[in-house]
Design a protein around this ligand. Structure first.
Ligand code: ACO
Length: 409
């Protein structure tokens, strides 16, 4: 089907043969028009637009429109879309009682997985996947309510009352006020900080067939409703090799800092190189980007802007990160394996500076990725080749046996 792509179904047809490809290193699971990545060139494009172009010239909701509909909105379409999304930011009041069933010390990702899956119980008029209008309503609800759910999970974890959305603010400023305002104190919008978080959202909005997106497609391929499919994506994203990486990265930096800081970087690198230690340099390496991660470059820029705005240029953790980055980029171990900083290496530092606690990082990622998941889900549902996903296996277990009576086993 392409110069580098073989359609295995046509090749093996009815012969009963199949390929063995753990981790799907060499398997394309679908056709997609949404996101293009060239790992060698370090390119990421949404619907044909370079990520640098979008992150510099568009806001997150414009990127959402693009991912969902295939084109950037004009001014009228943008206003209508922004209004529509902001009109749906409230969640069903009953969801607060659902939230209260969780332990206060639960990880916010555990809570978010539950809340997103729980949306299927609250929004029955969006569950019919064969109805285009219902699908559209569910897509808008997911994009609109995700910030509210994430902020609810946060406020619950710190024992503060939920802050309701303010729809006269932008999508991202509204999220920040729901996170940081209290009934006693309004949140003062700082445009530099809002723009930084908005950029984090744009950079994380889609990334073709990564683990969580593939999970959404696989879950959705059974015909399950969009809330259930997206909840599966949230659950997958939680893992430290995927969405949990920026949390793990910041924890790693804090640990090095606590054990002696910059002076101890060499010891830490030695541990990373020792394969028996099981320690990895978090925020480094990527399955697809083998030269550089274009999102990392943009996030690095944002990192400097935010720290300058907040007067945190001398923050010891930031200095530690920059020294670690420099040492790793010159070290033969990392260079020979093409291990470069990924977006998560910097996004954790930015979020920490914005006042977002570490355990919320993956929730922020889930908020941003929701549009990618839902766009990919829509693309799959409306594809004429759409089939339930059903990988095969290479069976390596026991040959046929007979059950012995329990007394003889
Ligand atoms: N630190 C140290 N060594 C590493 C790292 C790392 N972060 N990443 C890969 N390696 C080494 C491996 O040990 C292996 O070495 P070997 O050839 O001597 O055995 C080699 O590099 C190749 O590693 P793989 O695990 O095969 O690479 P893969 O493409 O499967 O993994 C992954 C990619 C999971 C991202 C990996 O680089 C990693 O664990 N990085 C840290 C976690 C992280 O930052 N994840 C975020 C990804 S971006 C995102 O989700 C938005």
């Amino acid at each position: 089907v392409g110069p580098d792509v073989i359609d295995i179904r046509k090749l093996y047809g009815q012969t009963g043969k199949f390929t063995y490809d753990p981790g799907f290193m060499s398997t394309a699971s679908c056709n997609s028009k949404i996101t293009y990545i060239d790992g060698d060139k370090g390119e990421l494009l949404y619907r044909g637009y370079q990520i640098q172009d979008l992150a510099t010239n568009c806001d997150f909701l414009e990127s959402c429109y693009l991912l969902l509909k295939g084109e950037l909105p004009n001014a009228t379409q943008k206003k209508e879309f922004d209004d529509l999304v902001m009109h749906h930011t409230m969640v069903h009041e009953q969801m607060q009682f659902f939230l209260r069933g969780f332990r206060r010390d639960a990880h916010p990702m555990a809570v978010l997985t539950g809340l997103v899956g729980g949306m299927a119980a609250f929004y029955h008029d969006g569950l019919d996947i064969n109805d285009a209008h219902q699908r559209e309503v569910s897509q808008i609800r997911l994009i609109a309510k995700m910030p509210t759910l994430v902020a609810m999970a946060y406020k619950y974890s710190v024992g503060q009352p939920m802050i309701y959305p303010k729809n006269n603010l932008s999508y991202t400023a509204n999220f920040m006020q729901m996170m940081f305002a209290t009934p006693c104190e309004e949140y003062k919008v700082n445009e530099v900080l809002v723009r930084a978080l908005d950029r984090i959202f744009i950079l994380h909005a889609d990334h073709e067939q990564n683990a969580s997106t593939s999970t959404v497609r696989l879950a959705g391929s059974s015909g399950t409703n969009p809330f259930a499919a997206i909840a599966a994506g949230v659950a997958c994203l939680w893992g430290p090799a995927h969405g949990g990486a920026n949390e793990a990265c910041l924890q790693m930096l804090e640990e090095i800092q606590a054990n002696g800081g910059v002076e101890k970087i060499d010891d830490f690198i030695a541990k990373v190189k020792d394969k028996n230690s099981g320690v990895r340099l978090m925020g480094f390496g990527h399955r697809v980007y083998k030269n550089f991660d274009p999102r990392a470059k943009l996030m690095r820029e944002t990192c400097y802007e935010v720290l300058k705005e907040l007067g945190l240029e001398n923050d010891p953790l930031f200095k530690l990160a920059m020294t670690l980055e420099k040492i790793a980029l010159e070290d033969e171990y990392f260079v020979s394996r093409k291990l470069y900083p990924n977006v998560d290496f910097y996004s954790g530092i930015v979020q920490r500076a914005l006042g977002i606690p570490t355990e919320m990082f993956t929730c922020i990622f889930a908020l941003a990725r929701t549009v990618g998941w839902i766009s990919q889900w829509e693309e799959m549902i409306t594809d004429s080749e759409y089939k339930i996903g059903r990988p095969r296996q290479l069976f390596v277990g026991s040959p046929t046996r007979t059950v012995q009576p329990i007394a003889k086993r």
